[in-house]
Design a protein around this ligand. Structure first.
Ligand SMILES: [Zn+2]
Ligand SMILES: [Zn+2]
Length: 121
């Protein structure tokens, strides 16, 4: 089941929801796959850095760089749903520093910018 979820996830270039994955797997397997079990598997992937969650879209992407642990920044297009992924150590360090000044332990900063991609603007 994990393998099937990952294969389905990896097919998508844009963030995909647990519901869409469950629908596609249900169709492919000819029997109903519950979104809840897909959610659980996706959470395991996120915890193991195999997938990334795009919070503002409530959707997931396969991690293109599973080897490195950093705070990814997503540019999420409101029109086509594309989530371009950028990394900027300076920005994520600054965000974590803001939390630290308030004695807040930052576990996972969420850095997402909503707007329109080049193709849609
Ligand atoms: Zn990244
Ligand atoms: Zn777009």
């Amino acid at each position: 089941m994990r393998e099937a979820v990952f294969t389905e996830l990896a097919k998508h270039e844009r963030p995909v929801s647990a519901y869409d994955i469950a629908d596609n797997l249900s169709a492919a397997r000819g029997k109903r796959v519950a979104p809840n079990s897909v959610y659980r598997i996706l959470d395991v992937f996120v915890a193991n850095n195999l997938a990334m969650r795009v919070e503002s879209a409530n959707a997931y992407l396969a991690n293109t760089h599973p080897g490195c642990a950093h705070d990814c920044i997503f540019l999420v297009c409101d029109e086509c749903g594309e989530a371009a992924h950028v990394d900027d150590e300076e920005v994520s360090r600054a965000v974590r520093a803001i939390a630290a000044t308030r004695q807040f332990k930052a576990e996972r900063p969420v850095l997402e910018i909503r707007g329109l991609c080049k193709g849609c603007a």
